[in-house]
Design a protein around this ligand. Structure first.
Ligand SMILES: [Zn+2]
Length: 449
């Protein structure tokens, strides 16, 4: 099957070119002006940007976190993703108590198999570190699982790892080509906050319980540890101006990347003051001074934008005693908003916005995921993951999830629509509509566990 996408404005290696893009089966075949190849299918992309499929590097779906099952399973999560041009979803497998990481991964793969409207890749979170666990991690790295996620907080949930353990991970796994994703909040600094000094019935207390200093201190420590060991470090969900600046200043001399999320760009801590402010509880918390943060983002301080989508159903998010916000399910939705809220940063200059999306929502995450040989660009030979993005309105409300999870961006609208989305050459979306919900074509990008 040959598909010819005509008259689009195509993102090619950091520049835009007006012309046509040819897909051959599941791959990109080429691009140019007035391609006259005989095609089985011809699509008019006039007025659209033609971009490589987006990749959300950081989402939580199909899992249980704390007391609750997440609102989105693999099917609904990848559905809202595909409908918004996200053709690869990265999510997490966390080793539970009394199970191996491999067992947890096998369970996740079973849940995802045949359910996904986008391709899926996993980052792995180990929680025990016996000799057998390290051997297993080595085997999983060989099967394509080369991103590990660690937390410098959440002692209670069994996720916390100390500096010595991180250092051991860096030493053992670094040589296998592993990239380290770290949630940076210094747990000692968080523990030093006295909850007794706060009105815990107010959602705003959440921001006081997790001050920005904890992120800054942890980022500084991790950046220097990774530099000492010479391993690639990716700091997830940066939320403070100071941490962003520290990363920016350090990345010239080491393989250091970072992401921020739309909630840290477009929402500030005043959302926590609403009567239903608990619905905006996430970690790191929403903070003040977002104008400076957006200026940093526009100037390229973050290699990628990802959502940390972690949506809970309305009833679960609202299930707390009204007295202590520490009991609120911790996380926000965001998947469906990603391209819209990223676009908004550069909306005054649509060409620039299109190129920034191609870079920060596709090329960068593809490379950091170790999938640059398949994803992240419209080069001949790569997977034909292609987005026809129409920026010309009409404006519609942002919909972060298709479940009944509370919407974190009420009142936010976007002029973007998706004329078509291709996943490995298969048209999955046309005019914002999922074409064949009954036959999800998504693949699991890494090998069997
Ligand atoms: Zn997360």
């Amino acid at each position: 099957m040959r598909t010819l996408i005509q008259n689009g404005r195509i993102a090619l290696g950091g520049r835009l070119e007006d012309g046509d893009l040819l897909l051959e089966g599941s791959h990109i075949a080429g691009s140019g002006l007035g391609l006259s190849a005989s095609a089985d299918r011809v699509l008019d992309a006039r007025g659209c940007y033609v971009l490589p499929g987006f990749i959300d590097f950081h989402t939580h779906v199909g899992d249980r976190i704390g007391r609750f099952e997440l609102a989105d399973d693999y099917e609904s999560g990848t559905r809202v993703a595909a409908m918004n041009g996200i053709t690869t979803l990265c999510t997490f497998v966390t080793q539970g108590p009394d199970e191996s990481l491999r067992k947890a991964l096998q369970r996740a793969r079973r849940r995802a198999e045949g359910q996904c409207h986008a391709d899926v890749a996993w980052h792995l979170t180990p929680t025990t570190f016996d000799e057998a666990d390290w051997v297993d991690l080595g085997l999983l790295a060989a099967a394509g699982y080369r991103t590990l996620k660690f937390y410098t907080t959440y002692r209670g949930a069994g996720l916390f790892v100390d500096q010595a353990r991180l250092d051991e991970g860096f030493r053992r796994m670094g040589p296998l080509g592993t990239r380290f994703l770290v949630h940076c909040e210094d747990d000692d600094l968080l523990a030093a906050v006295d909850p007794g000094s706060l009105d815990l019935a107010k959602a705003s207390a959440h921001a006081r319980l997790r001050p920005g200093d904890a992120e800054i201190r942890s980022v500084e420590a991790l950046v220097s540890l990774a530099a000492r060991r010479g391993v690639p470090l990716h700091v997830v969900h940066v939320s403070t101006v100071e941490a962003a600046r520290h990363i920016q200043a350090s990345r010239g001399s080491q393989d250091l990347t970072s992401e921020t999320c739309p909630q840290y760009l477009w929402l500030d801590e005043t959302w926590l003051d609403r009567p239903d402010g608990h619905r905006w509880i996430c970690s790191p918390p929403l903070r003040g001074d977002r104008e400076t943060f957006r200026t940093l983002a526009r100037a390229g301080a973050f290699d990628m934008l990802a959502t940390d989508h972690c949506a809970f159903c309305r009833a679960d998010k609202d299930d707390w005693d009204g007295r202590d916000i520490r009991g609120v399910a911790n996380g926000l939705g965001g998947l469906g908003g990603l391209p819209h809220l990223a676009w908004k940063l550069w909306e005054a200059d649509p060409d620039r916005a299109a190129l920034e999306l191609a870079l920060r929502l596709s090329e960068q995450p593809a490379q950091r995921l170790g999938q640059g040989h398949r994803k992240g660009a419209l080069r001949p030979g790569l997977d034909a993951d292609v987005v026809l993005l129409d920026p010309h309105g009409p404006s519609r409300p942002i919909q972060s999830s298709l479940t009944d999870a509370p919407e974190p961006y009420p009142g936010f609208t976007s002029p973007l629509s998706f004329r078509a989305v291709f996943l490995r050459g298969v048209p999955v979306v046309e005019q914002d509509r999922l074409l064949d919900p009954g036959h999800p074509p998504g693949e699991l990008l890494q090998g069997p566990a």
